[in-house]
Design a protein around this ligand. Sequence first.
Ligand code: ADP
Ligand code: MG
Length: 472
Amino acid sequence: MTNEELWKAVLGQIELSISKANFITWFKNTLILNNQDGVITIGVPNGFAKEWLENKYNLYILRALKSFDENIKTIHCVIAPERASMVPSGDSLKNVDAIKPPESAGFVRKKLIEKPFFTATGSAAPAFHETNLNGRYTFENFIVAENNELARAACYAVSQNLGLAYNPLFIYGGVGLGKTHLLQSIGNEVVKSSPEKRIKYINSERFTTELVDSIKNQKIDLFKEYYQQMDLLIIDDVQFLSGREKTQNEFFHIFNALYQINKQIVISSDRPPKAIPTLEERLRSRFEGGMITDISRPSLETRMAILEAKISEKGFLIDTPAIRYIAENITQNIRELEGALNRLIAFCEFHRVPPTLENTRKVLGELVEDNRKKIALDDVFQTIMSFYGVTKEDLVKKSRKKEIVRPRQIMMYLLRTELAMPFSAIGEHLGGRDHTTSLHAYEKINQGKERKSRLKEELATLKERLYATEAS
Ligand code: ADP
Ligand code: MG
């Protein structure tokens, strides 16, 4: 058996006992460089792989090797990037690209339609139809958990039954929770199953800009005609239509034209229709006439599950304590969770160190701190004031009215949990009160939230608002 044959056989065995993602990450571009006196020298492309093969996979490799040659006693790895990259890829390693995220496969779907919607005569308008879909977002890579399963199910049903399942479908939820991902998944699913359908994904800001341009260029009729030919119209972040009367008016007409002939409309927003200020009544009632469903914040377990899925999608392996650390500290949304993970991976690859808990703390500690620091005292004031309809004066004065005392206690609680402020400072900021007052308030709310689910929800909403104001 040559070294090459031996290694191929060994890889064949290992592949059966670990996940595909891990197999590709750690065993791609490896080879046996030397086999002498029971010592196998494995060439690996980088220090990262060396570390993992020697420490984590040592036993797997040794066991597999021994099954072919009992005399083999130990393995060691050397970094041999040039040699390693010359390895002819074995069958099992051929499809490396297949598990990379679709983004790297570089496909952003653009659907061309033979007949231009816009006449080319001197117009700057696009002569072809662009769906604006990004192939990266699919149902397959959307992780379903308790916070999004209803929304996901509704979106999936719509994709299977355009115009007939739920129309319009309205999805709402805070930033970075997966609304765009789901909306785009509908479009991508339809492209796959019925490529002849006309699909348009657009966010409401871009919709507004296009509309304004078309009015300026006297092409408003073409604009409307274009949108009214869609089989599936997806409008993302519709809250930005708030206050734009003219846009709402045109949208209303497009909406009706589509709706009447059972064309599918899907809408997202950061809040329910009721809570979008200055949304025309007739639009609101249209939205409410369909299916409304929300995506809420993911629990710790869900955040961990999402991280795990993203890690294996990237063909990586990260210890559970490190995953837990990320999930416990990045709580607000999934976009930030992904950002933190990418940062960790980049760091580990660059410095060729494994993603242990210690290294994760090192890389993300600052980010975690920043996240905490971002919220300032004033943000908490603003959130409490607008949520409960109280003034700053109410909060810092001595009023003992129930409508004031409660918001004040909740504010004290938030200053403690979100800003980690000392009780004495909390008391001072809220009208020079004693530290025992703020300690008492904190404990009262903290215990109350365990017993009363309404209070718990209230706190969750407040936190969401607190961080949402920060993000904008
Ligand atoms: P939103 O539109 O609600 O602000 P996005 O859809 O842009 O949020 O989601 C932010 C990021 O998080 C995207 O990269 C998206 O792919 C990812 N994401 C959100 N939810 C999930 C999920 N359940 N499974 C996998 N990825 C998710
Ligand atoms: Mg979005």
